[in-house]
Design a protein around this ligand. Structure first.
Ligand SMILES: NC(=O)c1ccc[n+]([C@@H]2O[C@H](COP(=O)([O-])OP(=O)(O)OC[C@H]3O[C@@H](n4cnc5c(N)ncnc54)[C@H](O)[C@@H]3O)[C@@H](O)[C@H]2O)c1
Length: 321
């Protein structure tokens, strides 16, 4: 990206989404297409398994690029004004079992993308989906953009390292890095491995809700609000967002125990809540984001409270029964 100044005209409104077949990537693709953007969706998932993109596959504004991010080439990035980097091994519990695989996907993938992007002319923003797990051990609340990265699990480490790669490439090569950090994102089509899905599923089946620990906290937000935040960053003038990090959550702190009760209420269930030990590193995890910068600079204002987000998600989970 050394030669980049303003993006060439034919790059405008063309977005490359990595991880497009996933929960967030497919939601972003839908929103972009509805807003008149042209979208390339890169994902390692075979096209026939990319169920969340079923409708988008036949949209003339959408192209599916089936490949692993580690093999991305400059020609795959060329022609896009924005790269939305969402591809990741996104499951924190899975990363305890497979830390090397997680590191390979999340760090090598990010570096491959950064290397491909810096050999192109068009990209005016390369936006990374960061995670609250990168902070892990909050030194103060609410967590703001100046907070150091202090991950306490292999997933958080892999995401923190990927974020640091973006900032390093920015300093070395002027890569137009932007970081958008969320906590727990829920909504229709969310990953079924995430605790909120499992609890809703169990509650709706009258099965116990199993809570690991309970006093640790999370900033939980609804997918539509997070995607609205991404759209604001995508549409913003590059000079306003490049080199910046934004927190796009709910700004509310809830204990995991409290979230379990919210899930039970949303399911209208009397399922018992059972407690087991904390996941490694989880005890003491606190998460509540300051939305002040995202509000001031992007106009970000979440519309859905965590309680409403869980209720809306419960409606979708019920439809799967
Ligand atoms: N969902 C959340 O609660 C949450 C919160 C904060 C940050 N994030 C981040 O947002 C992003 C999207 O999360 P999600 O919940 O939509 O996850 P997801 O698992 O639904 O989607 C990730 C997609 O990336 C693809 N992928 C993984 N490795 C790849 C590779 N090497 N090459 C190509 N494709 C690859 C997967 O096939 C999948 O379709 C991730 O980067 C995640 O770390 C998610």
């Amino acid at each position: 990206m050394g030669k980049r100044s303003a993006p060439a005209r034919d790059c405008n409104k063309r977005v490359l989404i990595t991880g497009a077949a996933g929960f967030s990537g497919s939601s972003l693709a839908r929103r972009l297409l509805a807003s008149g953007y042209t979208v390339t969706g890169l994902d390692v998932a075979p096209p026939g398994h990319a169920c969340l993109l079923r409708r988008e596959m036949s949209n003339p504004g959408f192209r599916y690029l089936w490949k692993g991010l580690q093999d991305i080439q400059p020609k795959d990035v060329e022609g896009h004004s924005v790269v939305a980097h969402l591809a990741a091994q996104a499951d924190a519990p899975m990363a305890f079992e497979s830390p090397r695989y997680t590191v390979m996907q999340n760090i090598e993938g990010a570096v491959a993308l950064l290397e491909a992007a810096r050999q192109t002319d068009c990209v005016s923003k390369l936006i990374f989906a960061a995670s609250g797990n990168e902070i892990g051990r909050a030194a103060y609340l609410p967590i703001d953009e100046a907070h150091p990265l202090t991950p306490h699990n292999p997933y958080g480490f892999s995401k923190a390292a990927a974020e640091m790669a973006l900032w390093a490439w920015r300093l070395s090569y002027g890569t137009p890095a932007v970081v958008m950090t969320s906590g727990v994102v829920v909504g229709p089509n969310m990953r079924r491995e995430v605790f909120i899905f499992k609890w809703l599923w169990n509650a709706l089946h009258g099965q116990p809700i199993v809570v690991e620990g309970g006093r640790q906290t999370r900033d939980l937000s609804f997918i539509d609000d997070v995607i609205a935040g991404w759209m604001l960053a995508i549409k913003a003038p590059a000079e306003k967002v490049v080199g910046h990090k934004f927190f796009i959550g709910s700004g509310e702190e809830h204990t995991v125990e409290d979230l379990a009760k919210i899930c039970r209420d949303a399911a209208g269930s009397a399922a018992p809540i059972e407690y087991v030990g904390y996941r490694p590193g989880e005890e003491g995890h606190r998460e509540a984001f300051s939305l002040e910068k995202a509000q001031r600079e992007l106009g970000y204002a979440p519309k859905v409270s965590p309680r409403e987000a869980v209720a809306l998600t419960a409606g979708w989970v019920r439809s799967l029964l």
